[in-house]
Each structure stands twice: as C-alpha cells, then as structure tokens.
Design a protein around this ligand. Structure first.
Ligand SMILES: CC(C)(COP(=O)(O)OP(=O)(O)OC[C@H]1O[C@@H](n2cnc3c(N)ncnc32)[C@H](O)[C@@H]1OP(=O)(O)O)[C@@H](O)C(=O)NCCC(=O)NCCS
Length: 324
C-alpha cells in the first residue's frame, strides 16, 4: 500500500476519504458531530483564503484506508506552523500507516519552508502516544465547553448586562472590524499572550481583517462585541455562526487587555453577545468554546455564564527537525 498525494481529489476519492472519517468517528466516540459528506467535500476542495492545503492518502485497491491533510496558512516560508490531521481507519491501525503519512507531510512542510507543525487531538485517544512517538510535545491543553442557550435564564443575562463596569461603553459589529477600531482590536488580540506566542505570529490590523475576511468567504457570520474605555478597546469577544451550523455557534477569541482586567469586562461583553445573538440569530441553540486549560479566569467566566465542560483536547507541536 503506497502513500499517494491527492492534489486534486476526484469525486470518488472524496467519497473514499469520507468513508475513512466516518469509520474513525464511529470507532472513537467524540463530542464532535459526525462528519457529513458535503462537509468533507468542502474541506477537501476549498482551502480557506490565505491558506493552502495538501492531501495524502494510503489506498488499498479502490478504497482509502488512511488520510492526512496539511493546512498551510500564509505564504511559503512564513513562521506560522502548519496544521496536520492524520486519520487511520480503525482496522488498519498499528501498521505504520500514520507514521508514513506523517513522513509525507513532513516532506510537504520542508518543501514549504515551515519550521514547525501543530496537531489538535482529543485527550485519552491513540493520537497522544502516536504524536509523542513521532517527536511532538504537548504545548496546550484545551477544555471544550458548551453553552446550551435554552438553559440560560434570561434574567442571568439581564443582570450581568446591568452590572456594567463603570466607565466602559459597548460597541458591536458584524464582519470586518470598523477602521477606527482595527489597531486597538489587534492590540487586544495581542493580549492573549499565551496564544500569540504559541502561534508565533503577531496580531496587527491586517491580520485582524484577514481573519474576518476568511470567515466571510466561507459564508459564515462573525459577530464582535467590544468594551470601549476612553474610546479604545479594553476587551472584546467574538462569535462565529457557521452558515451550515445546525444551531451551533463557535466562540472565537475573547480577551481583556491587562490594565482592564479584574473589572468584569470579560463577562460583561460575553453577556452582551448572548443578548445580541438572541435577537439577531434565534436559530442558534448552543455555543461551543475551547479554553486553554490553564486559563482559570476564562473558564470561571464561562462557568458563570452556564458553559459546561464536554471534552479535553490537546495541542501538540513538533519542530520539523524532530520529525521522521
Ligand atoms: C493516531 C492515529 C493516526 C495513529 O495511526 P496508526 O497508523 O495506528 O499509527 P502507527 O501505526 O503509524 O503508529 C506509530 C507509533 O505510534 C505509537 N502509537 C500509535 N497508536 C498507538 C496506541 N494506540 N497506543 C500506543 N502507542 C501508539 C506507537 O509508538 C507506534 O509505533 P509501534 O506500532 O511500532 O509501537 C490513529 O490512531 C487514528 O487515526 N486516530 C484517530 C484520529 C486522530 O486522533 N488523529 C489525530 C492525529 S494528528
């Protein structure tokens, strides 16, 4: 069985790829919804704007038994890590297929001038010993939390909104940040120091706009609520409502710049977001979020809003020089 590159996958290959994802999902119970064939096709055919994707698979006759996708954001040679996802059909595991696909991806990373790669996996699954055996180290634990909106009493949101911190005003927008707030939003994003350091690329107004454009080109809606202090952003929260979400929205970034912390700015902007979504997107039933496992403040804010922990995932990273 050879590793093949699927630079322009055919319909049959996309269906075969989907069968691998479906078999992996059936065997590894996870909180994520089961993959659907259209979602797989979109994933394989449409790399996000600003990113490229490379695909490899191991074929056994006409079937695929293992697949790997490598996402490369930014230009070749930038210091952003590539993102790898390897999936091996449960009956074909422990035969070195995962290792061979990772080796193919390592070549792809080298060819693109990358110096590191990351992978996000569920805690307690075979992915952990697999990645650790291949030179990866855990750089972040993420706690996956879910808020079911019908379990949030409206009076909780109203109370949190009424407890506005003194001296702050709310501002909100849909899509790309208004020009007057772009630089301040980038500064506030930079306040997520642990993530910024780990992603290796600084936030600036250009990257903030680029991220919003990526969401819009996917057909998804980005909502931002920010707290202004003296006309500049002190904290903000972002939600993305995917066009095909079936009622599930995703929490994107939330941050409060250091000098404004400890004044309940974070929970206030999140409560304002819940009130806005209730009016604007009544179809949204729940919101999912991943929090850094050591971000006790953000987890406490989310628990106070009503989020509950669903799963723990881990971000693994490897330097290219450590890969096989
Ligand atoms: C993680 C996964 C890709 C591994 O694929 P695989 O083809 O079984 O892995 P390999 O056979 O290449 O294993 C290479 C080494 O990883 C380690 N390893 C892999 N699976 C392991 C397990 N279940 N327990 C302990 N060690 C394991 C071993 O050291 C193994 O070498 P060995 O078999 O010589 O001991 C596969 O289990 C899978 O598809 N999981 C679900 C999807 C997923 O979580 N993907 C995220 C990874 S980016």
């Amino acid at each position: 069985m050879d590793v093949i590159a699927l630079d322009a996958p055919t319909d049959a290959q996309i269906r075969a790829w989907h069968e691998v994802l479906a078999a992996v999902h059936a065997a590894d119970p996870a909180a994520d919804p089961a993959p659907d064939p259209e979602g797989t096709a979109r994933l394989l055919l449409g790399a996000e704007p600003g990113a490229r994707q490379r695909l490899w698979a191991v074929a056994d006759g006409g079937r695929l038994v293992a697949v790997a996708a490598l996402r490369l954001s930014g230009e070749p040679g930038t210091d952003r890590p590539g993102e790898i996802d390897v999936q091996v059909h449960p009956v074909h595991r422990r035969r070195g297929l995962g290792r061979r696909l990772l080796a193919a991806a390592a070549e792809g990373l080298r060819a693109d001038g990358r110096s590191s790669v990351i992978a996000q996996v569920l805690a307690g699954t075979p992915a952990v010993p697999f990645l650790e055996s291949q030179g990866f180290e855990c750089v972040l634990t993420l706690r996956g939390m879910l808020l079911r909106l019908d379990e949030v009493p409206p009076e909780r949101v109203a109370r949190l909104l009424a407890e506005a911190p003194a001296g702050y005003d709310l501002v909100r927008w849909r899509g790309v940040v208004p020009d007057e707030h772009a630089a301040a939003l980038a500064r506030a994003k930079h306040a997520m120091a642990d993530l910024a350091e780990y992603e290796g690329a600084p936030w600036d107004a250009h990257r903030v706009r680029e991220m919003a454009e990526v969401v819009a080109k996917r057909g998804d809606a980005l909502y931002t609520v920010a707290a202004l202090h003296g006309g500049t952003i002190a904290g903000f929260t972002e939600i993305v409502v995917p066009h095909d979400s079936a009622g599930r929205a995703a929490q994107y970034d939330t941050a409060v710049v250091p000098e404004h912390r400890g004044r309940r700015v974070g929970i206030w902007v999140k409560a304002a977001m819940l009130a806005w979504l209730a009016d604007e997107c009544p179809g949204v039933r729940d919101i999912e979020t991943d929090n850094s496992g050591d971000n006790a403040h953000m987890i406490a804010v989310n628990e106070e809003l009503g989020f509950r922990t669903e799963r723990e995932s881990l971000e693994y990273q490897a330097r290219i020089t450590d890969l096989p």
